[in-house]
Design a protein around this ligand. Structure first.
Ligand code: SAM
Length: 230
């Protein structure tokens, strides 16, 4: 499934050349969301991760750097990582800042101890592309974080509200058809309990957080904050 999503985002980079929000699916009915929505997302991340100028932040699955670039002024340094070469090259070209380093890598395949130097980790709108096994593997790497470190898994499709999103029979059939064809529309819809059950054994306190009501994804996605306890 990783190859599928890597191909999907590499193709989106070319299909939507110059349309940064479309490249990473920040649209409603195919129309890019307004800048105010990005500002809401960024404000929510800053507040949940309690970002400050001393922080070294890892932005996992950073895409084309849309969010990375907006967070960078609030931290000391940010490393953005994505496995789509097209999106990482777009990030380097369109969202560069002196304190951002963009890297092309699969975040489920990072070297052991990678997270030792980070105090905060963000993964926004990407857990949908992970299987439980891949998430478990990432958690195994995140144990290198120091006690008190925070990880925000932002904007996760909520399995309990799947039908709030695919809210007509036609839309639901489209979802099912894509699943049957092995080319999912959005990816995996998660139950909060699955995330908690996966993360707690790795020494994380796990908190489910509702998104701000004004955010366009609030009716079908939720945020999860992990805090390293051990
Ligand atoms: C919906 S986009 C979100 C991008 C960015 N976080 C944002 O919110 O604008 C999902 C991103 O996850 C990346 N991705 C998915 N699985 C990945 C993996 N295993 N390693 C690195 N990147 C991955 C995709 O390439 C894509 O850029």
């Amino acid at each position: 499934m990783s190859d599928y999503w890597q191909g999907h985002y590499d193709a989106a980079t070319l299909d939507f050349d110059g349309a940064l929000l479309k490249q990473v699916g920040k649209t409603v009915n195919g129309v890019e969301v307004p800048e105010g929505q990005l500002a809401l997302i960024v404000g929510n991340i800053i507040s949940l991760l309690v970002l400050d100028k001393a922080d070294v932040l890892a932005d996992l699955c950073c895409g084309n750097g849309l969010i990375t670039r907006r967070l960078a002024p609030f931290v000391r340094e940010v490393v953005g990582i994505d496995f789509s070469l097209g999106l990482i090259e777009t990030a380097k070209r369109t969202c560069p800042l002196a304190n951002i380093e963009y890297r092309h890598a699969d975040v489920t395949d990072l070297p052991g101890g990678f997270f030792g130097g980070f105090g905060k980790v963000l993964m926004y709108e990407a857990l949908q592309h992970f299987s439980e096994a891949q998430f478990g593997h990432l958690l195994g790497q995140l144990v290198a974080l120091a006690p008190g470190a925070k990880v925000l898994l932002g904007s996760i499709p909520d399995a309990e509200r799947l039908r709030d999103y695919y809210d007509t029979e036609e839309k639901y059939e489209f979802y099912l058809q894509r699943e049957r064809e092995g080319r999912p529309h959005m990816g995996r819809w998660w139950h909060f309990d699955e995330i908690a059950r996966s993360a707690e054994p790795y020494g994380f306190k796990v908190q489910r957080i509702l998104q701000p009501q004004a955010l366009y994804t609030a009716y079908y996605r939720f945020d999860v904050l992990l805090e390293r306890t051990a």
